[in-house]
Structures are given as C-alpha cells and as structure tokens.
Write a protein that binds this ligand. Structure first.
Ligand code: SF4
Length: 454
C-alpha cells in the first residue's frame, strides 16, 4: 500500500512518493540548510548543532538543538542510551538500503507512522503521515500490523499504544524524542494544583449540576494526565476540536482547568467570547498558582503555564514583515502561537487545517505559515504553484521531533526482523483505562468536531 497523508476532511489524500520534495530531498538532506527554496526569507539556523547527529545529545539532560533547546527538561525525561556504532557510522545510502530492506521483509506486519513535523529523511519511509491523533487511528486500519513504529514524540506513541489492539506493539525509535510542552505539566504538579483548587472551591456541584472545576488536557500531554482527566470527569481535546470540547466542558463545569498549553486554551476561550478578565494562568512553581483567592473564584478558565517553544518563535513583527514583502499574503498560524500572533494572522488552525487551506487555494496563492518548519517545507515542495514560506526566517525545527534519525529507524527495524522489540512504549492498564475514558469523551463529540491534533 502506498504511503498516504491523512486528513480528517479527506481532501488531502496524497501519495507521498509523488511529492516533488520527496523526490528531490530523499535521504540525503542532513539538516536544515541555509536559504531553503521553500522559505524565501530563511537565512540561518537557530543552532549550528542541528547539523550534528542526535546521539551526541541523546544521553544528556536537555532537549538538544532546535526550538526547545532553552527549555528546562525534567529530571525524569527519558534518555536514549547506546545506539550501536554500526548505525552511528553508517552512511545515508547504507541506512536507506537497510531501512527499505527491513521494511520490505517485515511487510504487512509493520506500519510506520510519520508526524507532519518529521524530517523528510524519515517521512519518506512512512506508511502514513498526519497529526498525532490521525496517525494513532490510521494504525488501526492495518489489521495485519503487529508493530507500529511511531516516528513522532513520546506522548504520541503513548496515545497509539492506548488505542492499539492488545496484540500490537508500539515502538518509538528514539526514547529521547519527548515534547517539551507535554513535559511542562506532570501528574504530580497537576494533582497538587487540583488539591489546592478543591480546598478553595469545594467539590459540590452547583444547581445546574456543574462541578467547580473540570480538567481538560490537550492531546499533547502524557498518558498520566489523560488518565487524570478521565478520573475527574474531564476530557482530552485536540487543536481542531478545542472549542467544541470547551463547550462540552462548560456544560459540566463552572470552570475549566486547561493544560498544558496556555495559548491553545486562551485562543480558544477568547474565540468563544470569554473575556481575558475571566482567564488566569496557573504557575505550578508558585503557591496557589501565584493567583489570589478572588482571581481563582472569578476565573472561568485556568490556564496551565505551558507552551510550545516551536510556536512561541512566531511574532507579530514577522507577520508585518511578511505582509510588507508579499502584499496579499495569507498568514496562517497554529493556535499554539501567542494570542497577539493569532490576532494578527488571517487564520489559525491545526496542522490539518493548514494543510487543507493550502490544498484548497487557487494556483499562485501566497502563504506565510506559522508552524514547524518541516511541514512548511513539505507544503512548499508539494505545491510549487504557490509561494509558501515559514514566518520565521530562522530555521529552527522541533528539537525532539528532530531526534528521530534514520540510524534509529534502521536499528529498531532490523531488531524487529530478528524478533527483538526495542524501545517499546507501553502504558499500564491502570493509567490507560481512565485515559481512554477521557479520549472517548472527546470522540463522542464527533462528528460535530473534527478530531485532528497538533
Ligand atoms: S512542536 Fe511543540 S508541541 Fe509539538 S512535539 Fe514539538 S515541542 Fe511538542
């Protein structure tokens, strides 16, 4: 079966091997290069270390080069020890041959998933490309697949593991591929917040049956936080369905505690007409989140102090510069961007929304896009009839997505051929069961809400 790009609206079912970008770039593009054709304004990278191999960073604390390199990583962030030398030292051509041979040998027993933000050297081997939730569901369409190799980040592999059949195995080729935003909220910190809120606001429902606080977690969070939501009457949302999910949540809760991304929460709540005066940011490092009792009582939306460092790079000034240089340009940004950036853009939406907006545009359209560079570059290569560029002129990919390198893919696939499972991602049933409750609460909102994720 040929590789396909996924879309909830089915306007974008594409064979990846027909993309001009895939033919041109293949396996030989080592790192973001200066002056990319797909980004008329790009002139440099945010770190020269992006040209280095990921195993130079994997065993160290920290997220490594890229957009998250200045984020503090939690001490418990998974590390990836010991990639064998034969994979570290292999040429791009040798890795290409070994991956293709192993994939062919494994046949229908294997499905490889590639997130929109993955580098092209990886996406070329994917059976499906899409956002995290689309990919988790896509794996279910391959009944003979015993193993799902998820070329994305840790929370995505966890979600796939929870939605997979019991006999399916999920592998993350590099355990150091986490997500700095997901790491900004952990179960202990959210539980601590919950206990403080409960002590202040009580647990009794009001006359309309709404509990004092209802937890909502973004898909970009650990399985433990999805489970927290399932245990407390809450729900999961994606960047496509956040508004529908919040409407559902406000029918059941007087307030919403939204984690981990404050920007998706703020942008969505404001679009619903909730004033900023009824939103407050909970800082987990401070007692009572750094908020007064009155602020907590008045808040309808409590936003966790989390963010995506990829999307925090986009600014109002970049949008102004794009409009100056390309009059008539359409600016589309992801809702993980800050509120001023979303306000200054022509549109905001999930990766799926961005992909579909470009696909539906007439030839000769011009787009400045505020999301991860690998997706923007791929769209530019796929639609040469348009002018498409990244709002940020500095090439700065997601640090953790970038950790999935062909050497790791070759390593896990060749082990699978020998019957050895490396880097398996599992979620204990005690966590998976309540997490599925929160996921199912979201799924019941379909088809009213599209379920695409970041
Ligand atoms: S782009 Fe942002 S939210 Fe997505 S994996 Fe990277 S750090 Fe996490």
């Amino acid at each position: 079966m040929p590789p396909v790009a996924l879309s909830d609206s089915n306007t974008q079912l594409i064979q990846l091997d027909e993309h001009p970008g895939n033919r041109q770039q293949g396996n030989r593009q080592p790192a973001p290069q200066n002056g990319s054709r797909s980004n008329p304004g790009s002139s440099s990278t945010c770190s020269s270390a992006l040209a280095d191999s990921p195993w130079l960073f994997d065993a160290e604390p920290g997220y490594g080069p890229g957009a998250s390199m200045d984020d503090p990583a939690p001490y418990h962030a998974p590390r990836q020890p010991g990639l064998p030398a034969e994979y570290r030292n292999a040429s791009a051509e040798e890795l290409d041959q070994r991956i293709r041979r192993a994939k062919a040998a494994l046949g229908e027993r294997l499905v490889i998933l590639g997130h929109f933000y993955q580098r092209d050297e990886i996406v070329q081997y994917a059976d499906f490309i899409g956002d995290s939730f689309q990919l988790a569901k896509a794996a279910l369409t391959r009944p003979r697949a015993e193993t799902i190799v998820f070329c994305g980040v840790h929370f995505m592999a966890e979600t796939a593991a929870m939605l997979a059949r019991p006999d399916q195995t999920v592998i993350l080729p590099n355990l150091a591929a986490g997500c700095s935003m997901a790491d900004m909220a952990d179960r202990d910190a959210v539980t601590d917040c919950w206990e403080q809120l409960t002590a202040l606001l009580g647990e009794e429902a009001d006359a309309a049956g709404r509990q004092p606080v209802l937890p909502v977690t973004y898909m970009n969070s650990s399985a433990a936080l999805k489970a927290f939501c399932g245990e407390h009457g809450g729900v999961v949302c994606t960047s496509s369905n956040a508004r529908t999910v919040l409407e559902w949540a406000f029918a059941r809760g007087q307030r919403v505690l939204f984690f981990p991304d404050q920007h998706l929460g703020r942008n969505t709540a404001r679009a619903m007409g909730i004033p900023l005066s009824q939103m407050a940011v909970w800082d987990p490092a401070l007692p009572m989140g750094g908020l007064s009792v009155q602020a907590l009582r008045d808040a309808r939306v409590l936003l966790w102090h989390g963010y995506c460092s990829v999307h925090m790079r986009f600014t109002v000034e970049q949008i102004a510069a794009a409009r100056h240089r390309y009059p008539g340009v359409q600016v589309i940004v992801h809702p993980e961007c800050t509120m001023p950036v979303v306000d200054a853009a022509d549109a905001s939406g999930s990766t799926d929304f961005i992909v579909n907006a470009v696909a539906a545009a007439p030839p000769g359209s011009c787009f400045a896009i505020g999301t991860e560079i690998n997706l923007v570059r791929r769209l530019a290569a796929q639609y040469p009839q348009h002018t498409i560029f990244c709002l940020d002129s500095i090439v700065c990919p997601c640090s953790t997505m970038y950790r999935i390198h062909p050497s790791y893919l070759a390593w896990v696939l060749e082990a699978l051929e020998r019957g050895e499972v490396l880097n398996r991602i599992t979620v204990p049933e005690a966590t998976a069961a309540p997490a599925r409750l929160a996921l199912e609460a979201m799924l019941k909102l379909a088809p009213k809400a599209r379920q695409g994720a970041a």
